[in-house]
Ligand binder design. Structure first.
Ligand code: HEM
Length: 490
């Protein structure tokens, strides 16, 4: 439909006037006149326009680093009526990570997850119910619960890589996505899904995951085909989970998986979790843990296979462990794989999954920089904690661009010396990743198996990060040649 040019100008004028009025109104209500501390420095619009070519040619990390170097660890970007305040470094991150929901909330930035996870959990329910759910996750994934997942994970890994030939070429990214989905279906959902309907579950989950695209992010309910498929898949997956829950109840069957733990959880007011809420929570957990672990596993591979010193170190560590325990692996043996742990942790530091974490200031927030300057961040600002930049700060990490897992070993402990929130790959504070220990456990099981049973060689160039993805991942295929071997412990 063509609109007359006069109408177009009128609409544009209305939008502009609304924007200006809202901006003035916001400015009135947000700044606290009695506060003596200044608001953070604002990057003005001319500076922003000048930065556009850098953003387009060099990407967000370089652009944000430039702004950090110019304005310091707290700065605000004002786009029309929206103020976004960026935070870099542990010194200014305390209120962001530790503030209560009434000070710093998760806002409605995650609205797009509602049609993915359903109406009875996550961002569809009030914050107190959501805090209960977080407690369920933490309980279900705490170390005492994780011990029972080691054997099922080992079995999945042995079966999966047992199907590789004597020699071959694989795309690590693809392989890790596959094996981690199998592990998720076994340890999170349980044997009914893993053993009977894995194929159907995989297809449904992939359709829900596809709902995570730019259009659905902005307009989660728009009836485009990908959103319709997402909605149908969620309904079907909810039915499947409900059926499993009902059959367990009828047969009085109790399993060791996370699904069971969520089914047995109680809200603070004593209510039981509903079938739809459990279904939504389990989808959310797989969503939070599968892809992220696959990405970090792939970066670990790319880093190890291009750093001989550390590849030798992790292989020698496996030999050492095999001398003591032979082929036996349990939870405690995994804890002894400290070199492998550092190599995974460092792969995540050098190649973080996200540029930043987002919150909404519900009150004025005061932060103090490492230079001792205090700023008063106005209520209603969107806050973005640039964890990607924090993990590359030279006053915390020596030669931050270098892959050096030894920085986490005792004696150096750069992240601990740097202070709380120096390593933000798993977030921190009130919403710290509930699955960090589980993630390390599955990645260590996969990599210890690969190191013991295969010689690997990276044949594609070291991957770049793919900035078109919501969770950053290696761009393109990550091709590896493998040759079967049996690592001797002597
Ligand atoms: C290497 C893999 C992983 C990375 C890099 C990662 C990263 C993160 C980050 C950065 C957050 C905080 C988000 C925020 O503050 O807004 C988070 C939260 C969370 N993660 Fe992970 N995660 C990983 C694996 C997992 C796994 C395996 C699970 C579960 C099986 C999991 C479950 C969760 C949950 C439930 C939350 C929400 C906690 C809350 O809101 O309080 N994650 N994760």
């Amino acid at each position: 439909m063509d609109l007359p040019i006069g109408t177009v100008w009128l609409v544009l004028a209305i939008i502009l006037i609304t924007a200006i009025v809202t901006k003035i109104a916001n400015a009135r209500v947000t700044f606290d006149p009695v506060c003596t501390r200044p608001p953070p420095p604002v990057v003005n619009n001319i500076a922003l326009i000048k930065l556009l070519p850098t953003l387009c040619t060099k990407g967000p990390e370089v652009t944000m680093t430039y702004l950090y170097n110019k304005f310091g660890s707290v700065f605000t970007v004002s786009i029309l009526w929206k103020r976004i305040t960026f935070l870099v470094g542990p010194e200014v991150s305390g209120p962001f990570f530790q503030g209560s929901e009434s000070e710093v909330s998760q806002g409605n930035f995650n609205e797009f997850t509602v049609p993915m996870f359903g109406q009875e959990n996550g961002f569809a329910v009030d914050s107190s119910t959501r805090m209960d759910e977080i407690r369920f996750y933490i309980d279900a994934l705490k170390p005492s619960q994780l011990r029972s997942h080691v054997d099922p994970m080992l079995r999945e890994v042995e079966d999966y890589f047992g199907k590789w030939g004597e020699v071959g070429v694989v795309d690590l990214k693809d392989e890790f996505n596959h094996i981690l989905m199998l592990i998720a279906s076994r340890c999170l959902l349980g044997k009914e899904v893993r053993e009977k309907i894995f194929g159907e579950f995989y297809t449904l989950f992939t359709e829900i995951e596809a709902g995570m695209n730019f259009v659905s992010f902005v307009l989660p309910y728009i009836p485009i085909p990908v959103n319709r498929r997402r909605d149908r898949a969620r309904v079907k997956l909810t039915e499947i989970v409900s059926e499993i829950l009902r059959s367990r109840k009828i047969c009085n069957r109790v399993e060791e998986d996370v699904l069971q733990k969520l089914m047995d959880s109680r809200y603070k007011d004593g209510r039981r979790t509903t079938e739809a809420a459990v279904a939504g929570m389990i989808i959310a957990l797989i969503f939070a843990g599968k892809h992220t672990s696959a990405v970090i596993s792939t970066w670990t591979g790319a880093c190890l296979l291009t750093h001989e010193k550390f590849l030798d170190a992790v292989v020698n560590e496996q030999k050492e462990i095999m001398r003591t325990y032979e082929d036996m692996i349990d939870y405690n043996v995994l804890l002894e794989m400290e070199t492998l742990h550092s190599c995974i942790k460092e792969a995540g530091r050098v190649n973080p999954i996200s540029i930043g974490l987002v919150r909404q200031a519900q009150k004025n927030i005061i932060v103090r920089t490492k230079e001792g300057v205090e700023y008063d961040i106005p209520k209603r600002d969107t806050l973005v904690n640039l964890v990607m930049l924090t993990s590359k700060l030279p006053h915390i990490y020596k030669d931050p661009e270098v892959y050096d897992p030894d920085r986490f070993r005792s004696g150096r402990d750069e992240d601990k010396v740097g202070g709380k929130f120096s390593y933000g790959i798993f977030g921190g504070g009130r919403h710290a990743c509930a699955g960090e220990a589980y993630a390390f456990m599955q990645i260590k099981i996969i990599w210890s198996h690969l190191l013991r049973n295969f010689e690997l060689k990276l044949t594609s160039p070291f991957p770049k990060a793919d900035w078109s993805k919501y969770a950053l991942e290696p761009k393109g295929k990550v091709m590896v040649n493998y040759k079967r071997r049996h690592l001797a412990s002597n």
